[in-house]
Design a protein around this ligand. Structure first.
Ligand SMILES: [Zn+2]
Length: 221
C-alpha cells in the first residue's frame, strides 16, 4: 500500500501526490449509486486551483502560501484524509498554515511532549497539551483570561491528533448565523440558474460514470 505523504512535504512530487489523493478522496465521499453531488463538485473545483508549485520554495500556485496551504490542509483534515499524523507533524502543519488561532505562529510551542497554541492575549482560549512520558497520555489545559477553564485527559497520540483535527472546525458560518431571509428572493434566482446548469451538467458522461463509485455504503431503504 502506498502511503500518503505526511507534511512537511519533501518535494514537489510529494505535494502533487498529496493534492491528487485529496481530490480522489473528496470524489469518493459519497454513497455508491448516488450521483456526484453539486457541493462535492464545487469543492473539487475550488481544491483543484490550489495545486502545488515550486519556484524557490514549495508553495501553492493559487494562494502563494507554503504547501499544503490552509485550504488544502483544512479540507484534508475535515474530510479525515488518512494521513499518518503524529502530534508533532500535525502541530507543525496547523501552525504553519495558521489553522491554529494563535495570530503569531512564532509563539506556538511544538515539542515532543508539549504543545502550546492559541491566543496569548487571552481574549480567546490558549491551549497547553502535555504528554506524560510514562503513560503516553496527554493532559490538555484550556486557559482563558489567565486562568485554567478546563482540563481534559487524552489517551494517546492518535486521540490527540483527533482532538486537534476536531478543533479546526471553528468557522461554522453561515450555519451558525441567525437566519436571515431577506436575501432569499434574490438568491432564489441564482439557485434556479444553478439547478438548471447542474441538472444538465451532472448527466454528462464524465460525471455520470462516477455514479457507481463512492466509499460509503448505499443507504438501506
Ligand atoms: Zn492554496
Amino acid at each position: 500500500m502506498t502511503a500518503i505523504p505526511v507534511p512537511p512535504l519533501a518535494d514537489l512530487e510529494s505535494a502533487r501526490l498529496f493534492h491528487r489523493v485529496l481530490l480522489l478522496h473528496v470524489a469518493r465521499l459519497k454513497c455508491r449509486g448516488d450521483p456526484v453531488g453539486f457541493d462535492q463538485f464545487l469543492l473539487g473545483q475550488a481544491l483543484g486551483l490550489h495545486i502545488p508549485a515550486k519556484e524557490r520554495e514549495l508553495g501553492c500556485a493559487e494562494c502563494g502560501r507554503p504547501y499544503p496551504c490552509r485550504m488544502i490542509l483544512l479540507i484534508a483534515l475535515l474530510t479525515r484524509l488518512p494521513v499518518s499524523w503524529a502530534p508533532m507533524s500535525l502541530a507543525r502543519a496547523l501552525s504553519a498554515t495558521a489553522l491554529w488561532p494563535s495570530g503569531e505562529t512564532d509563539r506556538d510551542i511544538i515539542e515532543d511532549e508539549r504543545l502550546e497554541y492559541g491566543d496569548r492575549l487571552q481574549v480567546d482560549p490558549w491551549y497547553r497539551a502535555e504528554r506524560n512520558p510514562r503513560t503516553g497520555r496527554w493532559l490538555v489545559c484550556t486557559y482563558e483570561r489567565g486562568s485554567i477553564q478546563a482540563t481534559q485527559h487524552i489517551d494517546d497520540d492518535n486521540d490527540l491528533c483527533g482532538f486537534l483535527i476536531e478543533q479546526t472546525l471553528r468557522l461554522t458560518c453561515p450555519y451558525s448565523w441567525k437566519t436571515d431571509t431577506k436575501w432569499n428572493a434574490q438568491l432564489d434566482i441564482g439557485a434556479a440558474r444553478a439547478l438548471q446548469w447542474w441538472s444538465a451538467h451532472r448527466s454528462l458522461a464524465y460525471l455520470e460514470s462516477h455514479r457507481s463509485d463512492g466509499a460509503w455504503q448505499p443507504r438501506s431503504s
